[in-house]
Each structure stands twice: as structure tokens, then as C-alpha cells.
Design a protein. Sequence first.
Length: 439
Amino acid sequence: MSKVIVVIGAQWGDEGKGKIVDLLAERFDVVARYQGGHNAGHSVKVGDKSYALHLIPSGIIHPGKTCVLGNGMVIDPIAFFAEADRLAAQGLSVTPERVKVSSRAHLILPYHRALDHTSEERLGNEKVGTTLRGIGPAYEDKAGRRGIRVADAMNPEVLRSRIERNIEDANIIIRQYRGTELKPAEVFAEIAPLAERMRAFVTDTTHFINRAVREGRSVLVEGAQATLLDVDHGTYPFVTSSSTTSGGVSSGLGLPPQKISGVLGIVRTYSTRVGEGPFPTEMLGGEDEIGQLIRERGHEYGVSTGRPRRCGWFDAFATRYAAEINGFDTVALTKLDILDALDEIKVCVGYRRGGEDCESFPAVSQELREVEPVYETLPGWRTSTEGMTELDDLPKAARDYVDFISERIGVPVGLVSTGPERTQTILVRDSALAGWLEP
């Protein structure tokens, strides 16, 4: 019987999805991405090798697995082949037999990157803090019916005419802000050979995925970014431009919702955020030293940008909101070992604003900036948990912390990560996740 498991980040991204997807991929036939672009960054460590993944799903590390870049993604052909060539140089097989690119996915082209820079400059102090990789402008073109899809790019004349039309419009905006205007002929000359190279990878991935499910093959669906960056449910406007929640899977892959077997939330044992936007539990002022300690112990620097991540205490109130939206069946807790050095650990269990408790996660970013986190403080364990593989081996305070998080977010824990290696993992034997891993 086929199974389709969706892996979703529960916070602001960087929860450690790369390791978890890599860990699970061995038990699945197909690993698929359904949204986002190369603004995503997954880091996977296998033995003495590290792999940085931005577009291609983590399943590429496992021989024999098929990787799908779904129609809901936006794909920069320059970035795609740079990543494919880099992974091939590391000894991985990145071939059309293993990597399927949706013919309905939209392309990110050089003018999208130029518009991304211009947009941030226009916003000034209200900038979103994007990765400046053209993601937002590409999704804007998609919604505005100006986009160039992978299928369109397979016809050189269609590609040429649409590049000319779109650059004419883009240059009007770029000119206003004294940016460097683009020349259609130069963009076409750069992109056309890459589009031709991509031809072998192009697939009707909707048909491919649905046929795989009908034939009983198992599918692991990999989300990029995370719930609190979702364009509908996140901290708007400080969000990404796609649907990062489990609800986006059906539109981003063309897979009926009733085909989804389960949803796994990835939850880091503390919080981080990259870029602008509200962050209620951020460690500031007197706690900045703790934030710096966590940043260094957890190597909290963006895989895509290298930017230092803002660090904060675990936010159970926000994560419970994420669990509600996505319908998590179980969660994987990551980076427990990073907290080994702390004497005590705070957990945000609610928000107060204007002297009153918040009943739900605020929809307005300014209101979220004004909330006062309500904390409960738990004792630390001050001993190493790194590499532990059994729940019963954890120090009592660490086990209590895991149980406390589970209780507060209302979802059972199925896995605890105690280090970056595949083997540094605790699998809860009676969990839904353990059941999904059965043959």
C-alpha cells in the first residue's frame, strides 16, 4: 500500500528538515518538493561529507530514489545546474532518470533578481529581508499571468518573446531606482542553452506522482521554509511567497489531499529566525549572551545566505498554532543537544497584549511585536546528550523538557535528534513515525 508522508517546518525555518528528510528517504521511493525555490537551504551531513541542498530534494543522497521538483516551485535554471553540477562533483548521481522537473513550474530569470533588489530598496526600513534571489517577483509574475513556465521555455521563440516583454516592463521599475537595466538579448543568450539542457529533466510531475501512488510506491513530500513564513498563515508581510503548510501540497504537486497518509512537523528545541519580522521570544538585552552561545553551538548561520540567525526561546504558543494549521500527526524535535550547556531553559507558553491573554496567534505583525511572552522556566541538565539513541538514556531534565514541549503543543513526539549525524537520533518506538518507517 502506498504511503505519502509530508514533512513540514513548524517554526520560521531552519528546524533541521534536511537531516530528517535524509533519515526518512531511505524508506521511500520518491522524494518531492512542492513549493519555494533556491531560497531554501538544507544541510545534510553523512559521515565526513556535508551536502548543501537548495532546489534538489534531500533524497538525491540516496541511490535509486527519484526526486521531484513540483509545479508549485519556482526554479532558477542557473542555480539548478550549479547545484546539480556541484552534487555530481561530490559523487552523487543527478540525472534525468533520478530528477524530474515539473513542466508547470515557473522559472526565475535574471530580471526577477533585479526586481527583488529594487523592491527591498523601495521598502527601505520596512524591507522584508528576502534572500534577494528573485523568489517573490517570480511568484508575482505567476499570479499576474506573466510568468514563464518550464514548458514555455522549451520553445525558444516563446522564451525569447516573453523575455523581451517582461524585461521591457521590469526595466521601467529598475530605471526609476537607477538600477542597471537588463538587455533581453543577453538574458536570452544566457538562459536558452540552460533551458535546452533542462529539457531531458522536464516531466509532467503531476502525472508521475499520481501514477507512483497508484502503483503502490511511497512518496516523501519535503517542504521548504516553514509554517510561520507561509504567505497566508505566517507573519505577513514578513513571509515567503508560497504556501509552506501541508495545505500547499495538493496544489504544489497536483496530489489529491485524501492521498496524504500523514504529516510530520519538524520542531527545533529553541527558536530562530533569519531576516526581518517579529520574533516574540528573541533573546535580547540581558539574554543576548545566551543567544550567542546557542548560535555558536548550533552553527546558526543560513545555508543559503550565511546570515547569522536570530535566536530565541522555544515558542510553544506559535508552534501549537502551526500544529493546528498543518494537522501534525507527530513531531521530530531537533537539536536537543545544543541546550546541554544551559542551567535553565525558558519556554513560551502564551502571549499577553495590553494586559490580556491572546487566545490565538496574532494576524497583524505589529501586534505580534507588541506581545509579551508568558514563560515557564525548566531546569537544564548540564550534561551531554549528543549522540544518544534511546529515550530512556536522556537525563531526567531533558526527558521532562521533551515531554513538556509535547504537552504544550498538543502533538506526540516521534523522534528526537541529538546531533547532525544520521545515527544521532532517538526514534520513539510506539509513535506514528515509527509506523511510517515500517516496510
